[in-house]
Design a protein around this ligand. Structure first.
Ligand code: ADP
Ligand code: MG
Length: 697
């Protein structure tokens, strides 16, 4: 049954069909429900009035009460402007309009007293405000408010008198009309326990705050609610799955003990040990494991993966590892083969370029159970790849795989879903991780192996290139190797290549004495591989490349990373690229080259890179700069449905909401109690709307 909040916006008094179309289009507001959730994005203090002689440069928007003394149109043609001279008892100033001149002229009779609002600027001695908001003093009573809401709107809407004030007037109407039909969506128990005000009060206070305190309470309540329903949904998914999915019990530790006693090449870090324990607990629990391992570049995820594989194999199961690219799959294979050989375990590599004969041998040995470990790319997902008993599937760089692909992995074992470990080197802040991967358990390797020297990062402008080149020379003479990376601009592969080739040429001119490698996306796999191998064997000293080297490549002797046009890269990409160095015993360096003129965001990105090596801190800044909507995987998670809550700023509330969701489902998994009725109703309403949405878009 549709409720009043499903009413189309055109039926609200003062809107009408024409403006409704515009509101639909400009703000994606279709119904009363959409409008009431169009919350102010900030509030302005309108309790304070300024005298003209009090104005100063550092003021933001101010409110001035003044009388219109003179109106004149200056300039000609497209440069015409309307200038009103206005006065109060302390002086005179100007209000200026470049658009809507006729309308304003009619509205401002000489001698009228108005409240003007806007940002003052000074020209010569004279203060002036361009396009002020204005209202006759007599009508402005409700403006004298410390928390005047400010709504986002657009130029087109403003031209139809739907500026922020106009929207506020609609909200006033709407609240008056609907206030008795606003339904509570949380249980009384939750509201009491977490100190939350009711929904009805919250909606009123968010649009028309009666005090600062009331506004805070309203924000808390509405943000909490958004987080709560998001978490509730994710937890519910998780519960449904774990209830359904028993897991193979993999508890034998014989192989692990043998490896530990005889072969392990280094002492594990405490973080590695902890994460292995967490995975082991899952694998022997009888329930299917779905665990995400977050670990910064170089934190040693490969070893953790191998030890988990040993646990699976010890109990008679097989395991596989899937990587997003062939280069990365290769690298994993090389690394893991070394360990597997020590343990006499059969391991194989399966990618798009595996030969037919290799393939059929792999298929056979997988079925017989002889092959214990399979490394590969998407090729692993093909239906012909069947295991005797796949116990553990590991996915590296998870964000490039969709849920559907994970499901394909699950289907590889008919008796039990294989345990799944997802490894990512793209650290995301815990708050975001909890939400994005609310259906996964999370482990964090938050410690790097001892003895690593932190990478030194500097930012240099293009004009200082010669200094950077002599630094490169010095390092190579010390025996090191160097990466020089060029950005990849997706729109034009040709342009990228030209950029790279120009760079390559100038580098070969600058360093005629050093052999170079070059790798880019347009090369055939074997040519790429050949060049990579020359660099790995230190036959070449400089690797000129596009971002194809971003993931995977491990050349411990390469200790210098030069990133060209660094301002064009995103933060997480810069961090990934930097992670290619710092893998050996020597001091490593990262040089970020950029042009001189930088946007504010670019500067923040580069400064952040210079300041810290901590992937989590970098991810936090990234989240703040880009907002969660742009980050990988957020689209399907429901994070982008958040209207008022902000993952990067409201982390503590998210944690509370998570607790609340756990508590609620813990006591009443089906939400069937009378107490939880409001919650259940809200979930049903949301479901209905989700369906509407998919029809619209
Ligand atoms: P990533 O987490 O980026 O995949 P890797 O697994 O490639 O990191 O490990 C990076 C390097 O650190 C490798 O050369 C690996 O052998 C080494 N390594 C891993 N764990 C340790 C450890 N506990 N002590 C010393 N070196 C380690
Ligand atoms: Mg790795």
């Amino acid at each position: 049954m549709p409720g009043i909040f499903d009413t189309k916006i055109e039926f609200l008094k003062g809107v009408g069909p024409q403006r409704a179309v515009l509101i639909n289009k400009e703000l994606s507001i279709f119904t009363y429900g959409d409008l009431i959730q169009h919350y102010p994005f900030r509030y302005e203090d309108r309790s304070r009035f300024w005298k003209i002689n009090q104005l100063s440069r550092d003021l933001e928007n101010v409110q001035v009460v003044a009388k219109v003394k003179k109106l004149e149109i200056l300039g000609i043609g497209g440069k015409r402007r309307l200038v009103a001279e206005v006065v109060d008892e302390t002086g005179s100033m100007e209000m200026t309009w470049f658009k809507g001149i006729q309308w304003v002229q009619k509205k401002l009779p000489i001698g009228a007293v108005y409240v003007f609002f806007g940002k003052p600027a000074q020209f010569g001695r004279k203060w002036s405000i361009a396009h002020p908001e204005m209202e006759p003093l007599s009508q402005s009573r409700e403006q004298r408010n410390s928390y005047q809401p400010v709504y986002s709107t657009t130029e087109k809407l403003k031209a139809r008198f739907l500026d922020s004030r106009g929207i506020s007037r609609l909200q006033e109407q709407l609240l008056a009309l609907t206030q008795n039909q606003i339904r509570e969506t949380l249980s009384t128990e939750l509201m009491n326990r977490f100190g939350l005000i009711g929904k009805k009060e919250a909606l009123k206070e968010i649009h028309f705050p009666s005090s600062g305190k009331a506004l805070q309470a309203a924000k808390k309540r509405l943000k909490f609610e958004e987080f709560f329903f998001l978490q509730l949904r994710l937890l519910k998914m998780k519960l449904t799955r774990t209830a359904k999915s028993p897991g193979q019990i993999l508890s034998n530790t014989d192989l692990l003990n043998e490896f530990y006693a005889n072969h392990i090449p280094f002492e594990l870090t405490n973080a590695q040990k902890r994460v292995i324990r967490e995975a082991y607990r899952d694998m022997k629990s009888g329930k299917q494991m779905n665990r995400l391992i977050q670990g910064d570049v170089g934190s040693g995820k490969t070893m953790v993966a191998f030890i988990c594989m040993l646990l699976a194999i010890s109990s008679g199961a097989q395991s596989c590892l899937m990587a997003p690219t062939e280069i990365l799959a290769n690298q994993h294979f090389e690394g893991l083969k070394e360990y597997a050989d020590l343990m006499n375990l059969k391991i194989a590599l399966l990618t798009g370029s595996s030969k037919k004969s290799e393939r059929s041998q792999i298929h056979e040995e997988l079925l017989s159970g002889e092959l214990k470990i399979l490394i590969g790319t998407h090729a692993l997902l093909e239906d012909v790849v069947q295991f005797k008993n796949l116990g553990l599937a590991i996915v590296d760089e998870q964000h490039r795989f969709g849920v559907a692909q994970r499901a394909k992995l699950w289907a590889k074992n008919e008796n039990f879903l294989p345990h799944v470990l997802v490894m990512t080197a793209t650290p995301i802040p815990r708050t975001l991780a909890m939400t994005l991967h609310g259906d996964l358990e999370i482990s964090v390797i938050d410690e790097l192996p001892a003895g690593r020297k932190p990478i030194q990062t500097v930012h240099r402008y293009d004009k200082d290139r010669s200094l950077v080149f002599s630094f490169i020379k010095k390092e190579i003479k010390k025996g090191r190797q160097v990466y020089i990376v060029y950005p990849l601009i997706d729109e034009s592969e040709k342009l990228d290549l030209k950029n790279l080739m120009d760079g390559y040429e100038s580098i070969s001119r600058a360093f005629p004495e050093f052999p170079l490698s070059i790798v880019h996306g347009g090369m055939k796999a074997d040519a790429k591989d050949y060049e990579m191998q020359r660099f790995v064997k230190a036959e070449t000293k400089i690797m000129v490349a596009t971002t194809v080297i971003e993931v995977g490549v491990n050349v411990p002797n390469a200790s210098v990373m030069i990133i060209e046009n660094a301002e064009r890269f995103g933060l997480s990409q810069l961090h990934q690229l930097r992670g290619r160095v710092g893998r050996g015993a020597e001091q490593s360096y990262c040089v970020l080259m950029s042009k001189y003129e930088l946007s504010k965001d670019s500067r923040i990105r580069l400064d952040t890179m210079v300041r810290t090596n901590d992937g989590f801190e970098i991810a936090d800044v990234d989240l703040k700069l880009r907002g969660p909507g742009d980050m990988m995987g957020t689209q399907q998670s429901g994070v982008t449905d958040l209207l008022i809550a902000d993952l990067s700023k409201d982390a503590p509330l998210l944690t509370l909401a998570r607790d609340a969701a756990e508590l609620t489902l813990g006591n009443d998994p089906d939400l069937s109690s009378e107490e939880n009725r409001p919650i259940l109703n809200q979930i049903r309403t949301q479901k209905k709307h989700a369906i509407n949405w998919s029809r619209i878009s």
